[in-house]
Design a protein around this ligand. Structure first.
Ligand SMILES: C[C@H](O)[C@H](O)[C@H]1CNC2=NC(N)=NC(=O)C2=N1
Length: 100
């Protein structure tokens, strides 16, 4: 998996909703806020199935209804198209999982 080129970054990253660059690392991050732990965990369970099917896995941290997510491609040591794809899929799942 190749790291995103500068032109791919300029084209793809602004289209992501609420994702920002991590400082000091070639990765993107987003905080999802749900009303309850069950909604947050339901979101994570659905994402886990998608991530496994993509063979692309998030770094994440959950406290109650909050899920902090970092996406990066470890094999490429930076951002690849898979991160953009997983970010979009996570946003779709969050929208259906009752994001606060
Ligand atoms: C061996 C296995 O295919 C790799 O380690 C996969 C698994 N999941 C992964 N997830 C992420 N985020 N980046 C990777 O480079 C990656 N590589």
């Amino acid at each position: 998996m190749e790291r995103l080129s500068d032109s791919d970054r300029a084209e793809l990253l602004p289209g992501l909703d609420g994702w920002t660059m991590v400082e000091g690392r070639d990765a993107i991050q987003k905080r999802y806020a749900f009303d309850s732990f069950i909604q947050a965990f339901g979101f994570m369970a659905q994402v886990a199935l998608v991530a496994e099917a993509m063979n692309h896995h998030p770094e994440w941290f959950n406290v109650y209804g909050t899920v902090d997510v970092t996406l990066s491609t470890h094999d490429a040591d930076g951002l690849s198209r898979r991160d953009v794809e997983l970010a979009r899929r996570m946003d779709q799942i969050a929208a259906g999982a009752g994001q606060a």
